[in-house]
Design a protein around this ligand. Sequence first.
Ligand code: ADP
Ligand code: MG
Length: 706
Amino acid sequence: MARHGHARLPLMTSQQLDQIPLTSLRGVGPALKAKLNAIGIYNVQDLLFHLPFRYEDRTRISPIGSIQAGQTVQLEGEIATSNIQFGRRRSLRCTLHDGSGIISLRFFYFSAAQQRSLAPTTRIRCYGEVRRGRTGLEIYHPEYKVLTGVEDEPVTDVLTPVYPATAGLQQTRLRKIIDQALRLLQDSDPIRDYLPAELTAKLGLLSLTDAINLIHRPPAEQSLGWLNEGMNPGQKRLAIEELIAHRLCMRRYKKNSEKQAAPAFKNKDELLRRFIGQLPFSLTSAQQTVFQEISQDLYRGCPMLRLLQGDVGSGKTVVAALSALLAIANGYQVALMAPTEILAEQHLLSFENWFTPLGIKVGWLSGKVKGTQRRRQLEEMANGSSQLCIGTHALFQDEVTYQRLGLIIIDEQHRFGVHQRLALREKASQSRRQPHQLVMTATPIPRTLAMSAYADLDNSIIDELPPGRTPVNTAVISNDRRDQVIARIDKACAENSQAYWVCTLIEESETLQCQAAEVTAAQLTQLLPDVAVGLIHGRMKAAEKTDVMARFKAGQLQLLVATTVIEVGVDVPNASLMVIENPERLGLAQLHQLRGRIGRGAKKSYCILLYQNPLSSAGKQRLTVLRQSNDGFYIAEKDLELRGPGQILGTQQTGLMRFKVADIVRDANLLDEVRSASEQIMSQYPDIIDPLIGRWLGENINYAKV
Ligand code: ADP
Ligand code: MG
């Protein structure tokens, strides 16, 4: 124990906390150190940047007689009985009483020592969520502490933080060592505050030390929702710093790339005109404008980094084709990457149709291309005979090399996320000349978000749909009326229309999603004997999927039951009805995307959002947005507005950006300040750019350097 004695503390605080090893803290040995390392904590400073994700209120002790199921409470009392029960699962059941009432505590995992320590007459304090059990109120696995002293143990006067943890790392232990780290923080100022005082004053921010203290140990009078609501000024201080670090990183990336060389393409008007002449339609003026913007970039000798936004169905693919054609006509290869196999296949079909008549060779690579076929594809990419290479992220695996890659096109960018984008660019820059990059997203992003998430990109927007589209009529209908909905499909198919039935599931598991789709397809086949029902999901073989899609496209199948794999890329103009089951589980942007599969022909189209009762009023309000509007940008703004804490459009879901503290959606109102602060830092305080990026992006820092 002497090794961890208090006497050493003053010595240590003269050091910066990121230099102090974890093992210098009391109670941290090699085993605990390994667990902390596993969650990215390597030194005392890391511990302080390991922030709680919620708080619990343990500042009060509730009388047992006053509590109700559903509440999370702190109780204190004496164990009355303690028995092992052999029900469906063996458990330890103790009863606790405090004079006002009695409650059961139930443990499904417990040691013999634990059982002994919870013997009758022991006094404990415990914390947990109350539920209604067979024998009255119960708490499963409460956190508890045996009280030994005769005197009352004081309750805490701060909210109790709950930290991200890992197996075998208990909250109480984590709190104890973070307490020690906070004590070290108090003694001096051992974490460097990089933001200039001028800036923190202007933005009204707490000092870094105050912010860290406040976020780890907020005073009891604060509401528990403090963190979720983003109202904690400590959190705001850290979130702003983190957002600034990210922005600086992306801005630097952009600046650097402007200094780099990329192929300067020459105008190839004649070929482009020939291609456009082949199309069964003429370009919209929005398509022409954005292609102008893109081609201007491509004529310059530095890498294009451009985001192409456009609502679903706005015709981004043709613009991509024009860009690809320009690169190919200049003697360069083009890589076109899509996030899913099915979308990549759709692109393969379109581009082969367009390009093969022009004598352009199209290559294909996905995870499912194997054996000799794969070897041949790789060879043709390496020797340059594949001029356009289409595929999934397989296009950028180590084994793939290109002879003369001049342009990378990434479709449906939001699926990949900013880190992958930067990593990809890193990889693509093996040669002296950087390829140009065009990033296409079908999910319109609210302006403020776009400017932050894509601070390294220029922005082009297709703000007009091709003529002749009829807006989709959307209805929000309860699953209680499922029969009517099915009858509606019957009628539509009898009138020679086609329909989609989209199954969603909240489970991450693709297998479960596919099973649900299989079951639904079987039911609908039975209920709709006159309708040819098809099924498509992600676990089918590529050839099977292609076959089903082809039959649906040809009208041999009338109803297509699908998982969300049809979200992108599927194009069947005769489909005019779509039922989306459990739409409440998806984000508005994703629903809008799905709905974009219909309304592509001349027929009036209908989308039915078949929700599961009961639906909260907030949930209903969200779906109503889709009924009111067909405008992806409006829907994206609304999604942002209506999104509660931790809900759908969250960055985890979209993969837009990953942060430690900030949440780009919740903190959207900070983004203007972040932008101007970053500009000021770049012009007046360039020295702090590196340390800020280092602190917040850590190992990802190599994305920033070129
Ligand atoms: P998205 O922007 O969602 O990727 P697509 O590029 O898939 O949209 O285009 C959707 C549909 O619109 C396709 O069938 C495409 O052929 C058609 N299309 C594209 N541009 C035009 C246009 N200018 N006029 C008419 N139809 C067009
Ligand atoms: Mg598309």
